[in-house]
Design a protein around this ligand. Structure first.
Ligand SMILES: NC(=O)c1ccc[n+]([C@@H]2O[C@H](COP(=O)([O-])OP(=O)(O)OC[C@H]3O[C@@H](n4cnc5c(N)ncnc54)[C@H](OP(=O)(O)O)[C@@H]3O)[C@@H](O)[C@H]2O)c1
Length: 299
């Protein structure tokens, strides 16, 4: 077995894990784990159980450790901050020390949501200014990794699109479920700006970063800046429903009981470092949204 091609993935059962698995499996040997064993290529591991985590990684002898699982529900993190810290930060600290001891490169997924949103666009070198418990766990993890490891990739995706109806927990699937329920009107916030990130583009660009042996913090989002409102409008356009479903513009207060975690006004990122390195292969979000919907969602 070629150890140089081995990747251990912790928390691979989610929307991003699916794309990473499908993108890497032809050129790499993968060991995919999650506490949610929802596919036959996933083995059970709760990465909070550090002894088991260590044993499995050491047995596999990977060159890379992708620690990608997390509590991604912002309201859950707000309500249970110590659970959020345990899952999203303490496990990362453990992974860092495991990588350090065993000379493994760590890949960690942070978030565009680490910023307070006061600027319109954030660059790779901007320092996190978290305003929610979830963002705090990501900011702490970024800091710990950079202070304790030399071989790492910290990647910041934006609003993730991927996984299809079974795995997508985010905006596109939430809107699609309402459409499937035959709603006549959609209430969409008009005060949230961001950059969508298609999981397959993210996985392809991650592969390129690895092949180029890069280390450091990278923004990794689709091209084109947008808003929740634009994404919803584009979805209706692609699904040919623009004249059948009305969009009501509301502000975030409208959802204050359901989505009570603070969210930045702007989570817009630019892939500044990738552009400078000529390694930005992320496509425009509209092309990706169309591909994602066409491949996964039928009306
Ligand atoms: N989705 C986004 O919009 C977005 C944006 C920016 C960054 N990110 C980051 O990208 C990464 C991947 O997120 P995703 O969108 O793929 O989220 P996801 O679909 O929720 O996948 C995360 C996976 O991690 C698992 N997990 C949670 N706790 C675990 C534990 N203790 N041990 C093992 N597995 C555990 C989850 O299981 P359960 O389903 O059972 O909880 C889930 O299968 C995360 O680090 C996330 O914070 C996501």
């Amino acid at each position: 077995m070629n150890q140089n091609n081995r990747i251990f993935i912790a928390g691979c059962g989610g929307m991003l894990g699916e794309a990473i698995y499908n993108t890497f499996r032809t050129n790499y040997e993968l060991y995919c784990t999650d506490l949610n064993v929802n596919d036959n290529w996933i083995d059970y591991l709760d990465f909070r159980e550090s002894d088991k985590y260590e044993k499995m990684v050491i047995n596999y002898k990977p060159k890379l450790l992708f620690h990608i699982g997390a509590h991604t529900d912002l309201e859950f993190c707000e309500k249970y901050p110590s659970d959020a810290i345990e899952t999203n930060y303490n496990s990362v600290k453990f992974a860092v020390n495991l990588c350090k001891k065993n000379n493994i490169k760590l890949v960690f997924i942070s978030s565009a949501g680490v910023f307070d949103g006061k600027k319109n666009i954030y660059y790779d070198d901007d320092l996190p200014t978290p305003i929610s418990q979830y963002a705090k766990t990501k900011a702490l993890s970024e800091e710990y990794i950079q202070s304790n490891l030399s071989k790492f990739l910290i990647l910041r995706p934006g609003w993730m699109m991927g996984g299809g109806p079974n795995k997508d927990k985010k905006f596109v699937n939430k809107i699609f479920k309402q459409i499937k329920n035959n709603v006549q009107e959609l209430n969409i916030v008009n005060d949230k700006l961001g950059t969508p990130t298609y999981t397959y583009d993210f996985a392809n660009n991650l592969k390129l970063l690895i092949e180029n042996n890069l280390t450091g913090v990278f923004n990794l989002v689709c091209e084109g800046e947008t808003s929740r409102l634009d994404v919803a409008r584009e979805m209706l356009k692609i699904l040919k429903l623009s004249d059948k479903i009305k969009i009501n513009e509301v502000d975030s207060n409208f959802f204050k009981n359901e989505y009570y975690a603070k969210r930045p006004l702007s989570e817009r990122l630019e892939n500044h470092k990738l552009n400078n390195l000529n390694l930005n292969i992320m496509r425009n979000w509209k092309i990706c949204l169309k591909e994602y919907l066409n491949n996964n969602y039928k009306i």
